[in-house]
Design a protein around this ligand. Structure first.
Ligand code: GRF
Length: 191
């Protein structure tokens, strides 16, 4: 029998995508489990949520390490202890370095709130809104050494209605994210 693949979710903030993934697991729509939640922000809401669910966490303060390699070595050790197979980035606000990329080659996935390659980087929703585009969306992609440059796995368009303010657009995008991320992960795990 095939082993169930374990997920490690990396997040720095609110964790609404973490919630969506966890909920899909609880409902049986995603055939996996979250064996570790990693955060570079000790006070992040996602860590409170993970603890409430009784999940293992690895929280670190990047400023306590001399460089990225030093904290990524510890992350890899925590991932191995947790038997994690995939790294799911869900609002993790740092570029992944060589140490993690080599340890989890082809197994790191990110969600980005635009139709890449448009609007890479920070505040993609604000960038799209300010540019006045009529269509934006959500991209799920593999992670490489660049910022939002890895191979695209799935995309879904979101129409920017004329009545939308920036917050309306954010709500519309996040609604798509919360559906698309769990279903895309499920498809990946079955490959
Ligand atoms: C999401 O919009 C995701 O696309 C981006 O960061 C945001 C994280 O939101 N990478 P949340 O913490 O999951 O609510």
């Amino acid at each position: 029998m095939k082993k169930t693949k374990h997920l490690a979710v990396f997040a720095s903030g609110t964790g609404s995508n973490f919630d969506a993934i966890q909920q899909a697991i609880e409902e049986g729509a995603l055939d996996s489990d979250i064996t570790l939640v990693v955060s570079d922000v000790p006070t992040s809401a996602v860590i409170d949520k993970a603890k409430q669910k009784g999940l293992k966490t690895f929280v670190f303060n990047p400023q306590s390490y001399p460089n990225k390699r030093a904290f990524e070595i510890e992350i890899v050790e925590a991932l191995q202890r947790a038997d994690a197979d995939y790294i799911i980035l869900a609002g993790y606000m740092r570029l992944i370095g060589a140490t993690l990329l080599h340890a989890y080659e082809g197994k790191i996935v990110n969600i980005h709130p635009s139709l890449l390659p448009s609007f890479k980087g920070l505040d993609a929703i604000g960038q799209a809104f300010d540019a006045g585009v009529k269509i934006t969306g959500v991209t799920i992609h593999y992670v490489d050494e660049g910022m939002d440059t890895g191979r695209i796995i799935a995309q879904e368009a979101v129409k920017v209605e004329d009545t939308y303010g920036r917050d309306d657009l954010q709500r519309a995008i996040q609604a798509v994210e919360h559906r698309l991320y769990p279903t895309t992960i499920q498809t990946l795990l079955k490959q």
